[in-house]
Design a protein around this ligand. Structure first.
Ligand code: COA
Length: 201
């Protein structure tokens, strides 16, 4: 493990029947990710997301290396098999853990690795005082939407499709899993306010 990984750097989890070994996830702060791993991550995102258009590499690099970003990697023999990238931030004043990336190498899919990474991101959010988790997903990414729905996420009331269903031209959906009732209600109110405002314009 790299010396600059966060402490606790790795969390052993229960082996699932789908996996060949217990899943060990290594955490990095964005600013400390070794360059070799960064380029592997860029390649993974480009490969996985090609069918949705070209990857904005500069934006991805900026996000990933942000000092408040956290990167969770499932590594085998120094190679990234799966990765998640997240940050605790405020969305419509709600403190949430925002998932920026969740990527599993094709050969490692359907072994609950994505679900395990997501679970760790959620736990990290809870530990950091977040009231929920949020993410953005391409509307054409039906597999990912099914995956997130199965993991307890639902379309956020602040998602473009919820605020402006009649004429939404957005290609993405915002999904959320909120574990604080007051925050869920506040997001509902904000979505409703946006809906009313858009209906008037
Ligand atoms: C979406 C993704 C992260 C899922 O990771 P994964 O490790 O394969 O998912 P898991 O094995 O944890 O899946 C858990 C459950 O989610 C659902 N699921 C996962 N992939 C699915 C798919 N392609 N189609 C339908 N349901 C799916 C299933 O219910 C699955 O349980 P099952 O295998 O017992 O049926 C992975 O497919 C991936 O990296 N895709 C390409 C990159 C991407 O689209 N990332 C999301 C960007 S927002």
């Amino acid at each position: 493990m790299a010396p600059d990984a966060l402490e606790p750097a790795a969390c052993a989890q229960e082996a699932s029947p789908y996996q060949l070994e217990p899943l060990v996830i290594t955490w990095f702060r964005g600013a400390t990710v070794p360059t070799a791993l960064l380029s592997q991550l860029l390649h993974l995102v480009e490969t996985n997301m090609r069918r949705f258009g070209p990857t904005d590499t500069r934006r991805l690099l900026r996000q990933t290396t942000h000092p408040r970003q956290h990167l969770l990697l499932y590594l085998r023999g120094g190679s990234i098999c799966a990765a998640a990238s997240c940050r605790v931030c405020h969305e419509q004043r709600a403190r949430v853990v925002y998932l920026y990336e969740l990527q599993v190498v094709e050969a490692y899919r359907r072994r609950k690795i994505g679900a395990a990474l997501l679970q760790q991101v959620e736990q990290f959010g809870r530990d950091e005082g977040a009231m929920g988790a949020m993410l953005t997903v391409n509307l054409a990414n039906h597999a990912a939407i099914r995956f997130y729905s199965g993991c307890g996420f639902a379309v956020s009331p602040i998602s473009p499709s919820a605020c402006d269903p009649s004429r939404s031209e957005c290609e993405y959906e915002i999904m959320q899993k909120v574990w604080d009732d007051a925050t869920a209600r506040e997001l509902e109110r904000r979505g409703e306010r946006a809906r009313k405002w858009l209906a008037r314009t």
